[in-house]
Design a protein around this ligand. Structure first.
Ligand code: BYC
Length: 472
């Protein structure tokens, strides 16, 4: 069972770490390495303290405490959702058996791999975002960036705890390597593609927190279904923190669209660029980029890996228990996106190998809700312009469409056509330079940069002009 987090310990936790001295010592020896990594690869802007949310209880009520905290003193800890002693495996060949409290030998390698891939993304995103503090559009946004960063750091702790507690020496080695690989590094890059891309400006940050953190939501959702109960419980709690990250993305893009629309209407122009805004065409290009690289994070349209993970009970489907089928899927078929005789189409495959596609489709329909919301803002401003998700095959580097070039409307292109036109669909150097030129920091309480509208609400009931961050 879980107990309330103990903040008197070096590593706050609700897993009774003090009862397992070996594990406690191992994690305490990883802790300084984590802190060194945070100092050298984490946020570069110096602050005195930041108005942060810290997890104090994993239960339904009041799990978060808000207060000004020096970031390096943030209490990164290990928190698992409460254990349900009755929990049964919900899918795959072990369906109906009690959830595992230990790692079965035959699934050790696969589980370790999933945990390492998940763990690798967390510090990667902190690295990608490390320089954004220098150009924050307001203290409110700066605070949100840092909140996201400390929580991604905590999510790394969540995976490192599992590696240390359940995977022996190999797990400890993997935990070290999570601090050795770096986003964008030539010699030892992060594992998944999107986590080696730059997040050089705040439009990218909002797109990343909308589209890429949302992949996190869906992947964590499938790992929450895992038969390996400690992984399930960890992911359940991570998902609660993750919701804030997506709020940052959703409302961030809302506010950029709102400001752009305002400039367009006030000045009766289609181009907010010369007026100090982000042109709608550039917002669309950033959306195209972040959406398509995030689609790649779901792996191939067909995958024997995912079939094996599901059958073994390691990784379920999104909202597994709400699905109305046998939760084994051995006799089912599924239509997946595919290249069929060189054309974009669909093909029928065994449902088990199509599960990456199933998850990607859940994700796509969730992404659409943001686009609908941003279009409502445009509509409300009286503008006929609309944003759009590009075709699933657009700009893909992983899966069925990795070998072809496709327009946002889903038209197959020759390499020459793609090269000639991709600047209309993906951010060009000129677009990026314009966006970067707008990124002038605003550090006065209650003030906001000219390219983005202020938020509707502050954090935890505080006003927008609250002193969210004290700079050093
Ligand atoms: N880049 O069988 P396939 C988050 C590899 S985000 C590079 O189609 P599979 C967060 C693949 O490893 C969520 N390589 O794929 C967000 C495989 O290699 P091997 C992160 C890739 O295994 C924001 C080969 O290609 N969590 O939390 O079915 C901020 C064939 O692949 C990529 C997870 O992803 C790629 N994009 O599915 C902070 C959950 N895609 O075996 C945090 C854990 C595939 O041939 N991971 N490959 O050597 C998984 O569930 C799966 O491993 C994947 C891939 C969904 C990633």
């Amino acid at each position: 069972m879980t107990s309330a987090p103990d903040y008197t310990e070096k590593i706050p936790n609700n897993v009774d770490l003090r009862d397992d001295r070996r594990l406690q010592r191992a994690l305490e020896s990883w802790q300084p390495n984590f802190l060194n990594w945070w100092e050298s690869m984490g946020p570069t802007l110096r602050t005195q303290d930041v108005y942060l949310r810290t997890a104090v209880n994993v239960g339904r009520e009041g799990w978060a405490h808000f207060g000004h905290v020096p970031m390096k003193d943030y209490r990164w800890g290990i928190f698992l959702a409460e254990r349900n002693a009755e929990r049964q495996i919900a899918f795959g060949q072990h369906k109906g058996e009690p959830a595992w409290q230990k790692v079965p030998g035959e699934y050790r390698a696969d589980l370790q791999r999933l945990i390492v891939i998940q763990g690798d993304t967390e510090p990667a995103s902190v690295e990608q975002q490390r320089n954004l503090g220098a150009t924050a559009p307001s203290l409110y946004d700066l605070r949100n960036l840092f909140q996201v960063n400390v929580e991604e750091g905590r999510h790394l702790w969540a995976m490192v705890y599992l590696l240390h507690a359940y995977f022996g020496r190999e797990g400890r080695e993997e935990a070290e390597e999570l601090l050795q690989r770096n986003s964008g590094s030539e010699e030892s890059p992060r594992i998944l593609g999107a986590f080696n891309e730059e997040t050089p400006d705040w439009l990218s940050f909002f797109m990343f927190t909308y589209f890429t953190d949302r992949d996190g939501k869906y992947q964590l959702g499938t790992l929450k279904e895992s038969a390996f109960d400690p992984l399930s419980r960890t992911c359940e709690f991570m998902l609660k923190e993750e919701a804030h990250h997506m709020m940052v993305g959703t409302t961030g893009i809302d506010r950029v669209v709102e400001r752009t629309a305002q400039l367009m209407v006030e000045n009766e122009t289609d181009d907010a660029g010369p007026l100090g805004g982000v042109p709608l065409t550039v917002i669309q290009k950033y959306l195209n980029f972040h959406y398509s690289v995030s689609l790649d994070l779901f792996g191939g349209e067909t995958s024997t890996n995912v079939a094996n993970y599901y059958t073994a009970g390691l990784k379920g489907r999104w909202l597994e228990e709400r699905r109305k089928d046998d939760h084994r899927l051995t006799d089912d078929a599924y239509l997946v996106d595919a290249l069929v005789e060189g054309e974009i189409g669909q093909t029928e495959v065994a449902a088990l190998v199509g599960l990456n596609t199933d998850l990607r489709r859940e994700y796509i329909s969730d992404c659409q809700t943001g686009v609908t919301r941003w279009n409502r803002i445009l509509d409300g401003a009286g503008l006929p312009h609309r944003l759009k998700l590009p075709h699933v095959a657009f700009n893909r580097r992983v899966g069925a469409f990795a070998s072809v070039e496709v327009s946002p409307d889903g038209e197959l292109l020759t390499p020459g056509e793609w090269a000639a036109q991709k600047g209309r669909w993906l951010p060009t150097d000129v677009d990026k330079t314009h966006v970067r030129s707008l990124m002038q920091p605003v550090r006065e309480r209650g003030k906001i940069a000219a390219w983005i509208a202020p938020p509707r609400n502050g954090i935890n009931g505080q006003p927008f002009d609250y002193d969210y961050v004290h700079l050093a």
